[in-house]
Ligand binder design. Sequence first.
Ligand SMILES: C[S@@+](CC[C@H](N)C(=O)[O-])C[C@H]1O[C@@H](n2cnc3c(N)ncnc32)[C@H](O)[C@@H]1O
Length: 224
Amino acid sequence: MNEDIFSQVDHYISDLLAPEDKALTDTIQSIHNENMPQISVSANHGKFLQVLMRSCKAKRVLELGTLAGYSTIWMARALPEDGKLITLEVDKHHAEVARKNIENAGLSKKVEIRIGKAIELLPDLIAQTKQPFDFIFIDADKPPYAAYFDYALKLSKPGTLIVCDNVIREGKVLDRNTTDEKVKGVQKLNESLRDNKSVTATILQTVGAKEHDGMVIALVNNID
Ligand SMILES: C[S@@+](CC[C@H](N)C(=O)[O-])C[C@H]1O[C@@H](n2cnc3c(N)ncnc32)[C@H](O)[C@@H]1O
C-alpha cells in the first residue's frame, strides 16, 4: 500500500466526520503565517480526542504542548459549559499565537495557557490542584515523556484517561540502538507501561495524512 491511500482515506474520514470550521482553518493558517512547525494533530485526531473526552465525561483537561492551539480548540469544544482546560507551552511566541486562535474560537473563558517548561510547571500544578484532571493529553517534547506520564498520574484519579502522542515515530521505536533522544524518550515511556499497575494501557498505531506514528491511551486504575 502506498502512503497516498492513507492520506486520501484520512481526508475521506475528516470530510465526513471531522470537518474544520473557520476557527480551525485559521489556526492552521496562523502556523504557516508565523513560520511555526506544522506539527499539530490532524482533524481526525482532534475528533478522536473529543470522542475520548466525552467517553470519560471530561470536565477538567490538561494538555502539555499547545503550539498554535489546534488540538486545544478541538478538546475545549468537547468540554461542558463549566469545563476547564489548562495547556502548558514553553515557547512564548507559540503561546501568543495560540491565545489569539483560542480567542478567535470563542474559548478564552474555558482555556488557560501557562507559559514555561512543562517539567517546571507540573510540580506547581500538583501543589495547586485540588481536583484531579479527567483527561490529560501529552504532546510536548519527547525526551521527558516518562517523567510527564508520572506527573500526569499524580494529577489523575481512577477513570482519568491519559493520551500521549507520537510514541511510534515511523517505527523508529523498534531500533534498540537508537541515539535519537526523542525515540529514546518514547521508548522509555512505552516500556514503563508494561509494568505499570496503575493503568490499563495500549498503543494505537496511526496512519493518515501525517507520518506513521502512534498514541498511548492509558486508563488510570488506581494511584499507588
Ligand atoms: C507537537 S507540538 C503541540 C501540538 C498541539 N498539541 C496540537 O496538536 O495542536 C509541541 C509543542 O510543545 C512545545 N514544547 C516543547 N518543549 C516543551 C516543554 N519543555 N514544555 C512545554 N512545552 C514544550 C513546543 O514549543 C510545541 O509548541
